[in-house]
Design a protein around this ligand. Structure first.
Ligand code: NDP
Length: 337
């Protein structure tokens, strides 16, 4: 009998995910009822926010309850359908297909994936998924970059940051990325067209920002938080905007995520500091995806997917986001296409 392998959240991690935080179990594949579908998951998206969902911090979605299947978005194939909207064989995207082989979902919780032979299926979890939408919406809606302005992006070689930086270049901005290691920095400047990159692991970020952004920073696309955010914030120019997309450096800690030291700069420089959560942007996703699709098809937007094989490896793989060993949008291949 085929079973459903699932990762169950057993306890809230203290730091990086460790043994005992999640348990790998096997359960019978559930039956479906009218309006439902059985989906066989093919790819699972691994996102920094997964770590937040494992914690009981006050956050934008309820934390995953202990004893429940770990939440995660997936791409899967319809195996059985009692829905008029989907048929077996259809490929769908699920906001919560979960860390498991099979998911039972109502049809309104699935979005059809329009297959395109020129685009890998995995792109629908990355550049044509929440990653691309986050980069696009957070940069253009909150950052509002204008031609000639200086944009600084942290975690710039990551999935979201690398796309945000390329979009800022399309807007005619001077774009500086901050990333860990010479290889990632080279990729930003040599392949993606960033004007400059700062290797925060070997260079002094404040000194480099002073040299590369002599007139201050107009737009900050913040993915990291902590001292990197502080260095950027304290160089924001008059009427500067900080688009707060993520604060990954603090996700493994407990307690409040610290803000910038010089809060008064918001007043003195009339700054806008605003958070962004991609689910608030879904109603504008059609226009965003149309542009992103056009740019990738024309080769004008580059992205990378980092695929780890095997659902059993999901917890260890998630830790790669926190030690910077991922190279592109991280996901797990649960089953072959
Ligand atoms: P990435 O592909 O960018 O991977 C995370 C990267 O963060 C790592 O590769 C690492 O890059 C960097 N990083 C991790 N820990 C630290 C640290 N302590 N200090 C500095 N850099 C660190 O992941 P995503 O693109 O998926 O996510 C990037 C950010 O965007 C996250 O903060 C995430 O929460 C946020 N996000 C927000 C969304 C929203 O709706 N607001 C939606 C999706 C993502 P390096 O090697 O350069 O250190």
């Amino acid at each position: 009998m085929k079973l459903n392998r699932q990762w169950i959240l057993r306890q809230r991690p203290d730091d990086d995910i460790g043994s005992g935080d999640l348990e790998f179990v096997q359960t019978p594949i559930p039956q479906i009822s009218v309006g439902q579908m059985l989906i066989r998951n093919l790819y699972l998206s691994l996102d920094p926010t997964n770590r937040l969902w494992m914690s009981d911090r006050d956050q934008y979605l309820p934390p995953v309850k202990l004893g429940h299947v770990m939440r995660g978005s997936t791409i899967g194939i319809v195996e059985q359908s009692l829905s008029e909207k989907f048929s077996p064989g259809d490929i769908v995207k699920l906001p919560d297909g979960g860390w498991q082989d099979y998911a039972v979902v109502r049809d309104h919780m699935a979005e059809a994936v329009v297959e395109d032979p020129t685009v890998p299926l995995t792109a629908h979890l990355s550049v044509l998924g929440m990653t691309g939408l986050t980069a696009y919406g957070c940069l253009l809606d909150i950052g509002r970059p204008q031609a000639g302005e200086t944009v600084v992006i942290s975690a710039a070689a990551g999935a979201v940051g690398s796309i945000a930086g390329q979009i800022a270049k399309r807007q005619g901005c001077h774009v500086v990325g901050i990333a860990g290691g010479p290889q990632k920095c080279r990729w930003l400047t040599e392949d993606l067209g960033f004007d400059a990159a700062i290797d925060y692991k070997s260079q002094d970020v404040p000194t480099q920002l002073d040299a590369l952004c002599p007139n201050g920073i107009d737009v900050a696309f913040e993915n990291v938080g902590g001292s990197i955010m502080d260095a950027i914030f304290s160089r924001l120019a008059l009427h500067g905007r900080m688009a707060v997309c993520g604060l990954i450096s603090g996700y493994n800690d407990s307690g409040p995520l610290a803000g910038p030291t010089d809060f008064g700069r918001i007043l003195m420089k009339r700054l806008t500091v605003k958070g962004f959560i991609v689910i608030d942007y879904l109603d504008r996703s059609d226009a965003a995806f149309a542009n992103l699709r056009q740019w990738i098809t024309g080769g004008a937007l580059i992205w990378k997917d980092h695929i780890i094989d095997g659902l059993e490896n999901a917890p260890d793989a998630l830790n790669l986001l926190f030690n910077g060993k991922n190279d592109g949008k991280l996901m797990v291949r649960i089953a072959s296409e």
